[in-house]
Ligand binder design. Structure first.
Ligand code: CA
Ligand code: CA
Ligand code: CA
Ligand code: CA
Length: 699
């Protein structure tokens, strides 16, 4: 196999531009084949032939089939060849050898995610480093070439952003990866945004609907995320409140506002934060995301049809099971997986843990029986993500893992605290859950575990451990303490007999830090590195818990966080910023870094965003807010130039899982599996492989 030599920039640029315009291999850039840093060898390549030294190893098949198939032998391009002159329709240049990873977790085959934004001093350009482009031991091997109007203008080695002082609003931008001096395919060119947000127009299902929580998935397999949006009626209820609610709807939206489908959950699913947890993952590894959530008779899929698979076949879709108080405490309960592209029902099963006796869950009116949590999690040995659907956390706590393969759902395991009431140390598994959950790999095997508040459920559904501290409102899991191996979990406590907060090891549930105060339900708490002056992360909480070192437990003087809510990586440094309401602030800095007066946050005083996630551009996070009148979503991206390079956070399996569960319960910010902040080490090599793109990408 031969690979083309690197051409002088000018001629190369012309070729790349021509290739991009020719349409061959240009609708999608192509993750090149054959290079696999950190997996299966040194990752060092012979630049003369693009193969690993000694000829060992076969380049991994190209994820979307355009590169290897379109140019299988990497035919060298000759700048003197008339076919390679500017404007000539030529084959795209050979790509450097690069595999899409051979690790455990099957992740999305994302595109370059290039975004450009008009600035006072030029044009800001940001893009993704893919997880499998990262070489922890030799990061200098990987650089990026930035093209303006088809001409290379910069080689960027220290980051994945660039300010083009010579750019104009009429310029177009594209980016290619260069590995060991060998250039990959050029991304499609993008036009700059006039402002630092993208407006995604919406069509509400009715005047009383709020564009509520959202999730991300690549439903058509083109490497770009779509937004899955839940429409909440404005009469949605907390479980503790009686009242009939409107139907809940779920839309799939492309970023230009094109609506792919709308699911109507129907009258037998109540609207409220604790009811309808929706999970978007590519569960079967076919390159397109699915949607999984709880359903019932009367649910219509994205094609407008009532559910008809499994137990839904022949059920009564006209039946309304809700009682006079608006609760749905009888009737069938299902779990359905929907096609992400069409919204069509793919399979439906009985919900794995039925409600049974309502009062067995802690009350008799239907509050605690209907406390649901959910996540997409890599709990299966295949490395494909599963739907982990949970019921109950105040008392009885149950989790079940559903895999979806070849069009069929199967229930792989159920954890039930009624059957496993205590851990090996005698701590209870009942009543440990929070209003959200977390997913992380906390032990030596590659599968993820479920951190369910103060307890951990192993990837195989066995109870791993519990602190016994009990329920609390929020939960944060990441590497918060740098000099200690493994991850830490921070959670405030609701039980007034318990310490205000604890920090524990989610692998063995050892308590590492705890408040010396008791007596209050501490309703809010956050952990993250928001202050560069303290090594590792900090945490803070309501009830007057100021900024505290996660490492030492010492209360830190000086500037304090202005909110106890979401987090976002937004500015140039590695410490994280605060997201709350419709603004972004920074500890120690007056005023907002960003705010949107035309936007509105969600869930009342919780002031949650529609989503915070690394959606496009570099590793820093985008925020999605809804406009006040629900006529659009706005996707904001940072334009603050950074010199920090990190692969897209979506290629960190823990962060990707967190985006799947962000909408669940009381939304909490996502955390990666490793420390991003002051004094950070080079990120770990992600244990991933990219799912091949579908051979024919539907549009
Ligand atoms: Ca897509
Ligand atoms: Ca799929
Ligand atoms: Ca594990
Ligand atoms: Ca980003």
């Amino acid at each position: 196999m031969k690979f083309g030599r690197v051409l002088p920039w000018a001629s190369r640029a012309a070729i790349l531009s021509a290739a991009a315009l020719s349409g061959c291999g240009s609708n999608d850039e192509t993750p090149p084949a054959g290079f696999s840093p950190g997996a299966g060898g040194s990752g060092t390549l012979d630049p003369t032939n693009g193969m690993p030294p000694g000829g060992g190893g076969v380049p991994t098949g190209n994820p979307d089939g355009m590169n290897a198939e379109g140019n299988p032998d990497g035919v060298p391009l000759d700048p003197t060849d008339p076919a390679a002159q500017p404007g000539s329709p030529v084959e795209p240049p050979p790509a450097p050898p690069l595999s899409s990873g051979t690790g455990f977790a099957a992740v999305e085959n994302l595109d370059r995610g290039v975004v450009a934004v008009v600035q006072d001093g030029g044009i800001f350009v940001g893009w993704r480093m893919l997880g499998y482009e990262y070489d922890r031991d030799a990061p200098e091997r990987i650089t990026y070439s930035v093209y303006r109007d088809g001409v290379s203008i910069a080689s960027v080695a220290d980051s994945t952003n660039f300010l083009d002082a010579g750019g104009s609003p009429d310029s177009s931008y594209a980016v290619s990866v260069v590995i060991d001096g060998i250039e990959g395919l050029l991304s499609p060119a993008v036009a700059p945004w006039a402002e630092n947000f993208l407006r995604v127009p919406l069509e509400a299902p009715g005047g009383s609907y709020i564009a509520h929580d959202s999730s991300l998935g690549d439903v058509d397999g083109d490497g770009k995320y779509e937004v899955i949006l839940l429409w909440q009626p404005d009469d949605a209820k907390d479980n503790s409140q009686a009242g009939v609610t409107g139907n809940v709807f779920i839309d799939a939206l492309q970023l230009d506002g094109t609506r792919l489908w709308r699911i109507d959950l129907g009258p037998n699913l109540r609207a409220g934060e604790h009811y309808n947890q929706f999970i978007v993952i590519d569960a079967d590894g076919d390159g397109r995301a699915e949607l999984g959530l709880k359903t019932a008779p009367g649910t219509r899929d994205g094609t407008g049809q009532f559910l008809s698979q499994g137990p839904a076949q022949g059920d009564d879709d006209g039946a309304v099971f809700r009682n006079a108080d608006g609760y749905v405490l009888s009737g069938p309960e299902y779990f359905t997986v929907f096609d992400g592209l069409t919204g069509r029902e793919l399979d439906t099963a009985e919900y794995h843990v039925p409600r049974g006796q309502v009062n067995a869950w802690g009350d008799n009116y239907g509050n605690r029986v209907d406390r649901f949590l959910a996540a997409g999690a890599y709990v299966d040995a295949s490395g494909l993500p599963s739907f982990v659907m949970a019921r109950g956390y105040y008392t009885r706590s149950t989790l079940g893992a559903w895999s979806f393969r070849d069009g069929q759902l199967s229930l792989d395991w159920v954890f039930d605290s009624d059957e496993t009431p205590r851990d090996a140390n005698g701590q209870p598994f009942t009543g440990q859950g929070a209003h959200s959950l977390s997913v992380a790999n906390v032990d030596a095997d590659p599968e993820q575990e479920i951190i369910y508040g103060e307890m951990t459920v192993d990837h195989d559904g066995s109870g791993k451990c519990s602190t016994g501290i009990g329920h609390g409102d929020s939960l944060h899991v990441s590497d918060f303490v740098l000099d200690r191996p493994g991850l830490e979990a921070f959670k405030p406590a609701e039980d007034t007999s318990k310490p205000y907060y604890t920090l524990h090891d989610p692998n063995d549930c050892t308590i590492l830090q705890q408040s010396d105060q008791t007596g209050t339900d501490v309703g809010r708490g956050v952990a993250g590195d928001v202050f560069a002056g303290n090594p590792g992360a900090e945490f803070w909480a309501s009830a007057g818990v100021g900024l505290t070192s996660a490492t030492t437990g010492e209360r830190l003087g000086g500037p304090q966080p202005a909110s106890i809510n979401f987090l976002i990586w937004w500015d140039a440094d590695e410490t994280r910023e605060l997201e709350d309401g419709t603004s972004i602030t920074k500890v120690g800095t007056n005023g907002a870094l960003l705010s949107c007066a035309d936007c509105q946050s969600n869930n009342g005083s919780k002031s949650a965003p529609t989503l915070v996630a690394d959606l496009i551009g570099d590793w820093r996070e985008e925020v999605i807010w809804r406009e006040r009148d629900n006529s659009a979503l706005r996707v904001y991206t940072t334009t603050d130039l950074t010199t920090r390079r990190i692969y897209t956070l979506m290629h960190d399996p823990q962060y990707r899982s967190a985006i799947s569960w962000q909408n669940v319960g009381y939304n909490q910010p996502p955390h990666p599996s490793f420390h991003i902040g002051s004094g950070m080490a080079p990120p770990p090599t992600p244990d991933i492989r990219a799912i091949p793109r579908p051979s024919a990408t539907p549009q």
